[in-house]
Design a protein around this ligand. Structure first.
Ligand SMILES: [Zn+2]
Length: 134
């Protein structure tokens, strides 16, 4: 049960990251390489990998718009990670990004009720942006 809820919450946060970054025409820019594409063709990429931190896996500050190339291949083998780090420092400031690294190992127990709450919140925000983009 919690596993299914987690999967849904992760799918929604990835969609929310792309759609909230999109302009009114639905376009957003990859945080790693600057490619511009429609949010439906982009990914929501985790800065700290979702498997590496229960604390950050479902926080919106950790998920941002990335092209599929950077989110997939680039994070593992290319320079997408370094570029993402630069973008994060630019956007949030170095102190925040350092704090993220320190909080990475914090264990965060998420219960079914928490997932349901998150899912409802993400859905509402997504709906708002879907209306905005039209
Ligand atoms: Zn990219």
């Amino acid at each position: 049960m919690a596993k299914t809820l987690r999967k849904t919450a992760l799918e929604l946060i990835q969609l929310l990251a792309r759609i909230s970054a999109a302009d009114d025409n639905g376009y957003c820019k990859c945080v790693s390489c600057g490619t511009i594409n429609h949010y439906k063709k982009m990914d929501g990429g985790h800065y700290i990998p979702k498997g590496a931190s229960s604390y950050w896996s479902l926080k919106i500050e950790n998920v941002h718009e990335q092209c599929k190339g950077c989110n997939g291949f680039g994070m593992k083998h290319g320079t997408a990670t370094q570029e993402y780090t630069k973008w994060m420092i630019d956007y949030y400031g170095r102190d925040f990004v350092d704090q993220m690294e320190r909080d990475k190992k914090k264990v965060c127990k998420i219960y079914a009720a928490d997932y349901r709450e998150m899912i409802a919140e993400f859905r509402e925000l997504i709906k708002y942006h879907e209306k905005r983009i039209g």
